[in-house]
Design a protein around this ligand. Structure first.
Ligand code: SF4
Length: 363
């Protein structure tokens, strides 16, 4: 039985099944998610006999770090090899394939942000995304999602600041792996687990409306970000074909109904593609889409040149887009993606690796 990814209740039940008191499960939970001890022989809070039993009956599997790519801006991209999983279901054949995913650790002055993947590959087919070219390989397990947070935190433990942000924005559509993602998020947000604040964990979706509605009913939820990237249905149908299934009207209605704290903003991510969605008309249409949604903010992300046939937007069109939204009273931030020199678009590392043409390792 794999332990990483198990909830506190599951670990308590496991200890009881092994003839131990339930509180041993709490100690195990703490060891995994607070102390980040993955070698059970080192968990000194547990009696030796229980450690021996656990060693016989269970495993703690962490992804293998295939490569680390250090960016000149301080961020580190990890290419992680995941093993086979025994995940059942209709995707069984795919689910058992080993896979590679990426996580990115981005330190800044007063916090560190970790971007994690929720699926290996992705079925959503956004036209500007490298991950889409992989197709869906498989869903990640809760343990594989959590490991992408725990490994970088452990590796950088000497330089961590008190605030850790996690963004579910790497490979995959989180809401299409809902149960596993939420199991991982609950442990991230559990004060007795990883202990992050809900306002510091953000789930970014391409706009899976039933998933947004389901997330709205969760007791403890991360913040929601919508990957918008277009100013009209016609444009979004092309850039993000998922829009044909969940068009803007339905998506924005789900956003409007999404419960938010009194000071919580709903974030819209907008990748600016030069000559495609970066005109003044686009900016005005985006402003109109935001009307009536309550507290929202827009993150503009100038396209990061790569091997896909899109152009970087010009400085002038970035500024113009930014200014128009500001003038319409919408909080807007222009964000250049971190780790540009080590390929920043999601899926780029795994795709490069799969092509047998890996990047140079910088550290
Ligand atoms: S942008 Fe996100 S949802 Fe769209 S294909 Fe890429 S990984 Fe999937």
């Amino acid at each position: 039985m794999e332990l990483l990814g198990r909830s506190r209740e599951e670990l308590r039940a496991l200890c009881v099944a092994l003839g131990e008191p339930a509180y041993r499960g709490d100690q195990l939970y703490r060891a995994l998610y607070v102390d980040r001890t993955f070698d059970l022989a080192q968990v000194s809070t547990l009696p030796a006999a229980l450690r021996a039993k656990l060693a016989k009956e269970t495993t703690v599997t962490t992804p293998v770090v295939r490569q680390r790519y250090a960016s000149s801006d301080g961020s580190v991209r990890y290419l992680l090899a995941l093993g086979e999983t025994a995940e059942a279901g209709p995707e069984k054949k795919k689910a058992q394939r080993p896979a590679s995913v990426e996580a990115v650790f981005m330190p800044s002055e007063n916090r560190q942000t970790i971007c994690v993947s929720t699926q290996a590959g992705c079925a959503v087919d956004c036209q500007f995304c490298m991950t889409a070219q992989l197709g869906l390989i498989r869903n990640l397990t809760p343990g594989e999602i959590l490991a992408q947070v725990l490994l970088p935190l452990e590796e950088h433990k000497r330089t961590l600041t008190p605030q850790t942000n996690v963004v579910l924005m790497g490979q995959g559509e989180p809401l299409l792996n809902f149960d596993n993602v939420m199991a991982a998020v609950r442990t991230l947000l559990d004060p007795a687990g990883v202990g992050l604040a809900p306002k510091h964990v953000t789930l970014s979706t391409s706009g899976i409306v039933p998933g947004i509605e389901k997330l709205a009913k969760e007791k403890v939820r991360p913040k929601l970000a919508i990957s918008l990237n277009a100013s009209s249905d016609a444009q979004r149908d092309v850039l993000m074909p998922i829009n044909k299934k969940y068009p803007l009207e339905k998506l924005l209605a789900a956003c409007r109904d999404f419960p938010r704290g009194s000071r919580e903003y709903l974030t819209f991510e907008y990748v600016l593609l030069g000559g495609v969605n970066d005109t003044a008309k686009d900016a005005r249409r985006v402003a109109r889409l935001m009307a009536g949604l309550g507290r929202v903010k827009v993150n503009l992300i100038p396209w990061n040149p790569g091997s896909l046939p899109y152009q970087e937007p010009g400085e002038k069109s970035i500024e113009r887009f930014h200014k128009i939204l500001l003038e319409k009273g919408i909080p807007v931030f222009t964000r250049y993606s971190r780790g540009r020199d080590v390929m920043a678009a999601c899926g780029q590392l795994a795709l490069t690796e799969a092509s047998g043409n890996p990047l140079p390792v910088l550290s």
